[in-house]
Design a protein around this ligand. Structure first.
Ligand code: ADP
Ligand code: MG
Length: 381
């Protein structure tokens, strides 16, 4: 990686030297061409100089990005040379990783409800389509709760078909078990038991993607605030233990139904939907630390994304992530191509973002729907 720019510079220096010597007089070039006609010194000049002035390459844009610069300042002159050093340097503690989010509209109400559920020992569950901010809100709640209570124990699991009860509870290390038997020393605690014993918060993310067998292992902690660990015993949760669920609506493909028994244990249902225009535009801006786009373009980005949610031929619309991606790309593309009309840039990039982000109804071509939406929002060419 480090070698490339050096050789590029060398090439450029060479080219500059060549250009410095050649242009002053036409006579000076003559002998060169006569002596060595195949030397392509003159045709190379324009191709090497042009990119330097007109098109900024991605790396140079990244290097000048305000976000990267901030990070770079704090890490100036540090050149880690082993993966272990890199690991240690990049290891995050929960305290360091302070999350800031947009807290207006539905997010503010949801956060209040989570606090109220926590205070009354009731278990809430956030329900909403993918990418509307369920996980983000839970992480923010965990952080706020830690600030208030001084207890920063926060554990979470994102469930899927292959999640087993042992992933929640823990398991015995075979080698230690052979030496010491089924004792606590041989037991690797899982995240649920950690949160319970620490009186912390446990997030069961995408809980309805778990099989009913795994879902059932949550019944005892939620009902009794206890957990049975095979061979060791039954432990009770320390005071302060709190449990939040999050899931996509069960009608979405790839989800199991939330079992009736577990459903009954969640007593506060918090529904989140695509946010209002103002909130979504704020979220898009908030998540674009690179090159900002102006308000009118931001609004067009929102309109494109929002149109996917009302379009009759779309089955799965675009989430907040698509708006964020489109804003970031547009910002950088504008920087690279300052003379290009912003609408044209947006028109070109929209399909790159939307193509995999939406799912159309059977028999409908994704490209056609995207073109239709772009034409509706930006007008036809
Ligand atoms: N309230 C918010 N403030 C700032 N960014 C948000 C907010 N809600 C969601 N996001 C951003 O939207 C994206 C999707 O959010 P996420 O929490 O992963 O959604 P979900 O869990 O519902 O699939 C993330 O990139 C996240 O940073
Ligand atoms: Mg999520």
């Amino acid at each position: 990686m480090a070698k490339k720019p050096i050789s590029k510079n060398n090439q450029q220096n060479k080219a500059q030297k060549e250009t410095k010597t050649t242009p002053p007089t036409t006579t000076s070039t003559k002998p060169q061409t006569e002596q060595a006609p195949p030397k392509k010194t003159t045709p190379q000049k324009p191709t090497l100089q042009k990119p330097k002035e007109k098109v900024l390459d991605n790396l140079s844009i990244l290097k000048t990005s305000p976000y990267i610069q901030q990070k770079r300042e704090s890490k100036a002159n540090q050149k880690p040379n082993s993966l272990k050093e890199l690991f240690e340097q990049n290891l995050l503690s929960q305290k360091e990783e302070r999350l800031e989010i947009v807290l207006t509209g539905q997010y503010e109400r949801a956060l209040d409800l989570m606090f109220e559920a926590d205070a009354s020992n009731l278990y809430p569950i956030l329900v909403g389509p993918p990418g509307i901010g369920k996980t983000t809100l839970c992480r923010y709640y965990a952080q706020s709760r830690a600030e208030i209570t001084g207890n920063d124990s926060f554990e979470w699991i994102t469930f899927d078909e292959s999640t087993k009860p042992a992933h929640l509870i823990g398991s015995f290390n075979p080698a230690t078990t052979i030496q010491k038997g089924f004792s606590f020393e041989a037991f690797n605690s899982g995240p649920l038991i950690k949160a319970m014993l620490n009186g912390g918060l446990f997030l069961a993310n995408e809980v309805n993607r778990a099989t009913e067998y795994t879902q059932n292992s949550l019944l005892e902690p939620l009902e009794e605030r206890t957990l049975s660990v095979p061979h060791i015993g039954r432990v009770k949760a320390s005071s302060g233990f709190f449990f939040i669920g999050a899931m996509n609506p069960s009608e979405l493909v790839g989800t199991h139904r939330l079992g009736e028994a577990l459903k009954d244990r969640f007593n506060v249902w918090i529904e989140l939907d695509y946010p209002d225009k103002k909130t979504e535009m704020k979220i898009i801006e908030h998540n674009n630390p690179y090159y900002k786009v102006e308000e009118s373009i931001l609004e067009k980005i929102y309109l494109i994304i929002n149109r996917t949610r009302t379009h009759h031929q779309i089955q799965t619309p675009a989430s907040l992530r698509s708006g964020i991606a489109l804003a970031r790309l547009t910002g950088v593309a504008q920087k690279r191509n300052a003379s290009e009309e912003p609408n044209k840039i947006l028109r070109n990039l929209a399909s790159n973002v939307l193509y995999g982000a939406i799912q159309t109804k059977p028999g409908v071509k994704t490209k056609d729907v995207i073109n239709n939406i772009i034409a509706q929002v930006l007008g036809s060419i």
